[in-house]
Write a protein that binds this ligand. Structure first.
Ligand code: ATP
Length: 244
């Protein structure tokens, strides 16, 4: 058996919020193979963001273990986690998180630059070309549409060729047509480049682009749908929402 790109074992995350203890993740176990595209769905408050943050090394679980590309996150200190995120992980968020005073090319190069390294102009151009924005390198975010801004954010996420890309509602702020384009890009990163994509979404149409959908409810993985249509995913989600 090949080693999974992401291995999640008995993952628990509790929040001590005043008088009550909130269990956001209640023993999640799953392996995700390299080059797969996985959507995480579930009712509001089911633990999707917490799972994404724990698996991406942005948050520490209360117990359990996450292994990313053979590295156990629990063995890393904050510096080690920062390095891992910088070198092997890409992030795409609903809010594009671009710096308004910088051009598209400067935004793409910024994280690496903050890390004390410089990308060659051809690396930046290649990433922008890959998302179809090679001709917008000198544009500032305000001069770009929402979909174009999200594509710049994707270029920024892929410029270091990370093994894993985490996307939190990447199409949440986009219209249907633009969402389709952005999802196509993510799909292609998995299929053509073997990158592993994990995407939180509420949208069954978006989830249908993934290879599989993991369904969370009350911090537990309650179902997995492989190759399901948007209609099948929507129906399963409706059932999950009616029982919570
Ligand atoms: N920092 C925190 N402190 C206390 N409780 C928290 C914190 N973050 C999340 N929670 C709780 O943990 C549970 C899971 O939250 P999480 O944000 O992971 O859910 P979600 O599925 O992403 O929700 P949504 O779809 O609404 O974004 C919720 O009950 C939430 O209130």
């Amino acid at each position: 058996m090949t080693t999974p790109m992401l291995a999640i074992r008995d993952l628990r995350r509790e929040y001590d919020s005043g008088p009550s203890l909130v269990t956001a993740l209640d023993g999640v176990n799953v392996d995700l193979a390299a080059g797969t595209f996985t959507a995480i769905m579930g009712p509001s408050g089911s633990g999707k963001s917490t799972l994404l943050h724990c698996v991406a090394g942005l948050d520490r679980p209360t117990s359990g273990e996450v292994t990313v590309d053979g590295v156990r996150l629990g063995d890393l200190d904050e510096t080690g986690l920062t390095l891992l995120r910088r070198e092997r992980i890409g992030f795409v968020f609903q809010a594009f998180n671009l710096i308004s005073s910088l051009t598209a090319a400067q935004n793409v190069a910024l994280p690496v630059r903050l890390a004390g390294r410089r990308l060659s102009p051809s690396e930046v151009t290649a990433a922008l070309d890959e998302v179809g924005l090679g001709d917008r390198a000198r544009h500032r975010p305000v001069e770009l549409s929402g979909g174009q801004q999200q594509r710049v954010a994707i270029a920024r996420a892929i410029v270091t060729r990370p093994a894993v890309i985490f996307a939190d509602e990447p199409t949440g702020a986009l219209d249907n047509q633009t969402s389709h384009l952005v999802l196509g890009l993510l799909r292609d990163l998995a299929t053509s480049r073997g990158q592993t994509i994990v995407m939180v979404t509420h949208d069954p149409m978006a989830a249908a682009v993934a290879d599989s959908v993991l369904l969370l409810a009350d911090g537990r993985l309650v179902d997995r749908l492989d190759g399901a249509s948007a209609e099948a995913i929507a129906a399963r989600m409706a059932r999950a929402e009616s029982t919570c």
